[in-house]
Ligand binder design. Structure first.
Ligand SMILES: Cc1ncc(COP(=O)(O)O)c(C=O)c1O
Length: 409
């Protein structure tokens, strides 16, 4: 077997996605491995935002709304194939947490049941929102073990559970769940299935239609590189759209928005899940991010993601003798595009890495996440990050950094 450095060089040499790196603004000497939290800035986004601001807003002012009005559904149609959905089933709007509230409420009401099932390792915002939705329906949030299998979920879905809501790829462990099998299980037990695709969209192939999923939400600022705070997206399967009632009845969801009627009447299609005026400048980032991902192709992205995460895991495995544990599944088929390591001094190590210009993130109490973005992360960078980590852990140089968490981690 060739040494890791030669293998990394060979992988970079044959990388079909390598040209995409130049489509991003890349800061020299910054080993950025946090694209699973905030993706890098595509150069086209700078151009497109300038166009929206300097031409459309500056010269057309309110007249541009004729074109802007359907931005959320237009970009949703472009995003749909990346998550295995059809045109008319996806809209870009609001934040993921808000979309989750809308769809979970609509879903639980439609089943007439009151309990919601998620897992203890789901993203805190998801658990908070789902808890309040279940409680408003007179039920409660049931927590399955972290990163649940079908076997873990099966005994928990009884006749009281109306909605199963899970993250397809865990923000913590990076574990990827079996979308088809879990959706089938939920349906067999009379529950609806809602997927959070925050760490999946743009990183791994998702087949919402094939799975028969009912509902989904997700972020665009992570692997879709849409920009800080860019709007999220929602998916509602076509045959459900006219039957679900969403709780925030804003004018963008009205069937005749500019009729200014006294009463709210739901649009018959995906538009009924919209609420208010979209952020057009931020939408420009989503448009570019989705187009770049579609151009590269989700299968090529997935293939490189597996190669990157495999190389990183192999390179950090010797550190297990220094109290580093890899908590992400070792089988590539069971993980997304980030790798999470556990170490009792995780916060200090993450700080020491940042000090050396390696950017992972830290998730309390002891997890360090490394995100791999196939559109701009190289194999050489991946190996270099593992080497710097090894240096910090073996020399215990992290001990000179404070261990009190502060600010954004
Ligand atoms: C899995 C998951 N769900 C939901 C959210 C919340 O997204 P937002 O803050 O855009 O509502 C995040 C944010 O990182 C996330 O990782």
């Amino acid at each position: 077997m060739l040494p890791l450095s030669e293998r990394a060089a060979a992988l970079d040499g044959s990388d079909v996605l390598a040209p995409f790196r130049d489509r991003f603004v890349i800061e020299d000497n910054l080993l950025y491995l946090d694209g699973n939290s905030l993706g890098r800035l595509p150069k086209d986004t700078v151009r497109r935002i300038r166009e929206v601001v300097e031409q459309e807003w500056a010269h057309e002012v309110v007249l541009a709304w004729d074109r802007w009005l359907d931005t959320g559904t237009r970009i949703g149609d472009a995003l749909a194939p990346l998550i295995g959905a059809r045109g008319g089933e996806v809209a870009v709007c609001d934040q993921t947490s808000i979309n989750l509230y809308k769809l979970a409420t609509a879903g639980i009401q439609a089943t007439g049941r009151s309990n919601i099932l998620t897992d203890g390792g789901n993203f805190p915002s998801d658990r908070y929102v789902l808890e309040s939705v279940a409680s408003a329906a007179g039920g409660r949030l049931i927590l399955a073990p972290d990163d649940p299998t079908v076997g873990d979920l099966e005994p928990l879905i009884d006749g009281t559970v109306g909605l199963v809501a899970l993250s397809h790829v865990s923000y913590r462990s990076g574990a990827m769940l079996d979308g088809a099998a879990i959706t089938r299980l939920a349906h067999d037990r009379g529950a609806m299935m809602l997927w959070d695709l925050a760490h999946s969209a743009g990183a791994v192939p998702v087949q919402l239609s094939e799975w028969g999923a009912d509902l989904a939400v997700g972020c665009t600022y992570k692997h879709l590189n849409a920009g800080p705070g860019a709007p999220g997206f929602l998916f509602v399967r076509a045959d459900l759209q006219s039957t679900l009632d969403q709780p925030i009845t804003g004018w963008f969801g009205h069937k005749d928005q500019f009729g200014f009627a006294d009463d709210w009447q739901a649009a018959p299609d995906i538009r009924r899940f919209l609420v208010g005026t979209p952020s057009i400048v931020s939408m420009a980032g989503v448009e570019v991010g989705v187009a770049l991902t579609a151009e590269a192709g989700i299968d090529a992205i997935r293939a490189k993601s597996i190669a990157l995460t495999s190389l990183f895991i192999e390179a950090v495995t010797p550190l297990t003798s220094h109290a580093v544990a890899v908590i992400t599944p070792l089988d590539p088929a069971e993980r997304g595009s980030h790798v999470t390591l556990r170490h009792p001094a995780g916060f200090q190590i993450a700080t020491a890495l940042r000090d050396r210009r390696v950017i992972p993130d830290f998730r309390a109490p002891d997890l360090i996440r490394f995100g791999f973005a196939p559109l701009y992360t190289s194999f050489a960078e991946t190996l270099r990050a593992a080497e710097i980590l090894g240096d910090i852990v073996k020399s215990r140089s992290y001990e000179s950094f404070p261990d009190t968490r502060h600010g954004v981690t």
